[in-house]
Each structure stands twice: as structure tokens, then as C-alpha cells.
Design a binder for this molecule. Sequence first.
Ligand code: C2E
Ligand code: CA
Ligand code: CA
Ligand code: CA
Length: 271
Amino acid sequence: MFDQKAKDSGAHRQQSLMADIIDNALKNKSFYMVYQPQFSVNTGRLIGFEALVRCHSEKFGTISPADFIPYTEASGDIVDIGRWIFKQSLMDLDQFHKQGLSNISMSINLSPAQLAAGDVFETLMMHTLNLGLNPRLIKVELTETALIHNAEMAVRTFAAFRNEGIDIWLDDFGTGFASLNLLREFNIDGLKIDKSFVDGMHLNDNDFTLCSAIIAMAQRLGLEVVAEGVENDLQMQILSQLGCDSVQGFLLGKPERFNACLQRWLKEDSS
Ligand code: C2E
Ligand code: CA
Ligand code: CA
Ligand code: CA
């Protein structure tokens, strides 16, 4: 009884601490974006970046999105933060293009509450048009949860995206309960194999078989497939043999701020 109470008040304290951190970050505009590179397995070339948000707190340093996104989902703040994320990552995409990384794409994560807010298509398109970006270089990543909780909205939004040539990717593929059903119900362009499968693919038969089956299935369905969380050469070799289209992971590049990305990848691109 006492333990439960202590636990509850611990959770409550943590929640209000996070509330303070987010409030401060919103006031002080201390969210920032980092970009993780994605590479073609065939050519080894940089094909794009995934936009990942970070929160800076004076007191606690960098706060991971895994910690603060769920809180902003519940509070609704993710909707405004998400609008800022669209703007910032598309402005940076435009700058990547202008500074020499032409034709690379930007993958943007969409959470359930953002999709539910109903204006993701309009907001994304507004920035795309303002900046004169090619919509084919923009991809949105959604998880199963986002789709299941907003099925109608998803269908409508996806149709609008498809019309403009913006691709829809299913994120964390394989971790949900209804992954296969989603492929039937929604018009999806690509899958991201979740890191949790990639982690063990070179170590145990089960994970290897699952990755291999996901890639084969994606190929048969005409979907593109990215493996996330690639951390070693062995995983890379196996993914290449299995015909995975592209890869993302610490082996190839960590998420970094715009300037660091530009310096690192411009050099690589021209060498
Ligand atoms: P996700 O979309 O599955 O993003 C991949 C996460 O794996 C990122 O963590 C990335 O830094 C990490 N990662 C990539 N490669 C490796 C690797 O080789 N090893 C390891 N250990 N980790 C790797 P991050 O940036 O902490 O993001 C966590 C989650 O937070 C994301 O998972 C996504 O669900 C959410 N998130 C991040 N940025 C945004 C955003 O801008 N908007 C929304 N709605 N959600 C976001
Ligand atoms: Ca993602
Ligand atoms: Ca993931
Ligand atoms: Ca497509």
C-alpha cells in the first residue's frame, strides 16, 4: 500500500518535473533538431536524413525525445512543437540542398496527436511551397499507434500526401500487434525495420529470419525498406545480402546538428 503510494507520488513528481522542463523549453525556444544520415546499401551514398528533435534544459542538459515526446503527446504540446519541427527541418533541408547536398531527402516523424490535430498536410505543404522544395524529397514516418488511433484521418491525410508525391513510411515495423493488417489497410511506401530486430540479426536465428522475411515481404509488395540501428559491419553485410534498400545507424552516422552534418557529409560526398 505504502509502496504503491510512494511509487505514485514518484511518478507524479517526475511528471510535474517534465511539465516544468517542457514549459521552460517552450518559453525559451530550447528545442533543436539533429539529423541522422541514411545510406543506400547498393551505392553506399548518402540519400537523406531523419529529423530527430532534442530538448535542452538548463538544469538537466539534453533531454531525449523518448522521455519528453510521450509527455508532450499527453499534454497536446506536441502539436505546436511538431509545427515548429516541420518548419525547422524543411528549412534545413532547403539549406542542405543549397549548400551542396542536392537531392537528399528528409524523413520527419509524426506522432499520433500530430496526425489527430488534422493540419499536418497543410502545414507541411505550406513550408514545402514557401521554400520551393520538391515534395518527393520529403518522407513522413508514422508508427502503428498513430495509424490505429486515427485511421480515418490517416487515410485522408495519406491521400493528400500521395497526391503531392510525399512518401509515407511505417516506423518501428514489426513491434506492433497489427503490422500486416496495416499494410493491407493503408497505402504505404516503405517500412523501417525496428532496431530491436536489427540488434540481434547477426546473433540469433530468430531475429535473422524475421529481418529476412520482412525484407522479402517488402520486396514482394513493392515497398522500400530501411533498417534502423545498424551498429556493426556484420549487420551491414547481412542486410546487403538480403537486399535491404537503405540503412541508418551509429555504424554509419550519428544524429548531429545541421552544421556538423553539413561539414561531415559534404566532405564525404565529394571525396
Ligand atoms: P525512432 O523514430 O525509431 O528513431 C530512431 C531512434 O534510434 C533515434 O533516437 C536515433 O537516435 C536512434 N538510433 C539510430 N541509430 C541508432 C543506433 O545505431 N544505435 C542506437 N542505440 N540508437 C540509434 P532518438 O533521437 O532518441 O528518438 C527516439 C524516438 O523519439 C524516435 O524513435 C521517435 O519515435 C521519437 N522522435 C524523435 N524525434 C521526433 C520528432 O521530431 N517528432 C516526433 N513526433 N517524434 C520524434
Ligand atoms: Ca523514425
Ligand atoms: Ca525505432
Ligand atoms: Ca513512392
